[in-house]
Design a protein around this ligand. Structure first.
Ligand code: SAH
Length: 206
């Protein structure tokens, strides 16, 4: 599948935001998938990136990005840098992007891929995303790309008033549901976006 065909498919599945569609049309997805997988880079499915992790399916990336409801130059936090592809999409949309990854090799590879593809401005950090990245809070959007049983309280605290968090909730190996949480003061309105399958969010409680 070509990048054009990938965009046509995402559009057909209901993604309308021109900012999201534009960015997904410009970011070279092949630059974020491992050697040997490049020919399948634009298929609408997840791909392995090593360390038992995956780069998410293009449609899911589009849906989650659209649900963040961002406008250019806003600050956004991603938990689970993985390949760096999602971070590149957000950067291409003109956002100020912060991303946290817990696996050192993925953190490093993503940083290199982001630099090589022209997104050196993305700020990457190695660590447990459960704690977010308080130094740059609040964030207009927070996107979590691994499934956890509940939204980590430190992340909720780092979301700006009126901001959206998009997060898959559910236990590993069980049904997960994608949620959009919108902050109104100290209240969070929850809207379900349907069933999904993500790799587990790993948090080693101290
Ligand atoms: N957004 C990525 C998808 C990566 S898959 C992309 O576009 O390619 C999810 C990633 O979340 C994995 O790399 C995994 O290591 C990471 N992850 C899981 N739990 C985490 C945690 N507590 N903190 C930071 N990263 C985590």
């Amino acid at each position: 599948m070509t990048q054009e065909a990938m965009i046509a498919l995402i559009r057909a599945r209901g993604i309308r935001d021109p900012l999201v569609l534009g960015a997904m049309g410009r970011v070279p997805r092949a630059a974020f998938v491992p050697e040997g997988q490049k020919r399948q880079a634009h298929g609408d499915h997840p791909l392995p990136i090593g360390h038992r992790q995956t780069i998410s399916q293009p449609y899911i990336v589009a849906m989650m990005t659209e649900a963040l409801a961002l406008t250019p130059s806003q600050r956004v936090l991603e938990i689970g840098t993985g390949s760096g592809y999602q971070a590149a999409i957000l950067a291409e949309m003109g956002m100020e992007v912060y991303s946290v990854e817990r696996i050192p090799a993925l953190h490093q590879a993503a940083q290199h891929a982001l630099e090589a593809a022209g997104y050196a401005q993305v700020r990457c950090k190695l660590g447990d995303g459960y704690h977010g990245w308080p130094d740059h809070a609040p964030y207009a959007g927070i996107i979590v790309t691994a499934a956890s049983p509940e939204a980590p309280p430190p992340l909720l605290a780092q979301l700006a008033d009126g901001g959206c968090m998009v997060i898959p909730l559910g236990r590993p190996g069980r049904m997960q549901e994608l949620w959009q949480l919108t902050r109104h003061g100290e209240e969070f309105r929850r809207e379900s976006m349907g069933g999904v399958a993500f790799v587990p969010f790993v948090h080693d409680a101290a």
